[in-house]
Design a protein around this ligand. Structure first.
Ligand SMILES: [Zn+2]
Length: 99
């Protein structure tokens, strides 16, 4: 299962975005598109204008979800008595700040 998060710029002279569609209080700077896999297996998609802070929040949310998936994969490997050494080292290095 992969999730996707993309950001785009827009033409401010042709497109007149309203406030950030996520926080509804800041001016917009980007367009975002996301397709996130939920625990239920469904894909949740969203698209809209966002401010810089909300763009960073979206990246943090995706990073957190990915960290959770990696931890679940590691637990599943460990339960199967598989060697998790390299995977665990890579996971800990990748998500040092979030774990
Ligand atoms: Zn915002």
């Amino acid at each position: 299962m992969t999730s996707r998060l993309s950001f785009f710029t827009f033409e401010p002279l042709r497109e007149v975005p309203e406030l950030c569609s996520l926080c509804t209080s800041s001016s917009t700077v980007l367009i975002y598109e996301s397709q996130l896999h939920q625990e239920s297996g469904e894909i949740e998609g969203a698209r809209g204008f966002c401010c810089g802070l909300c763009a960073m929040d979206l990246v943090k949310q995706l990073e957190g979800a990915e960290s959770q998936q990696w931890m679940e994969k590691e637990a599943a490997l460990k339960a199967d008595d598989a060697d998790i050494g390299d995977f665990q080292m890579h996971r800990l290095a990748a998500f040092r700040r979030t774990n």
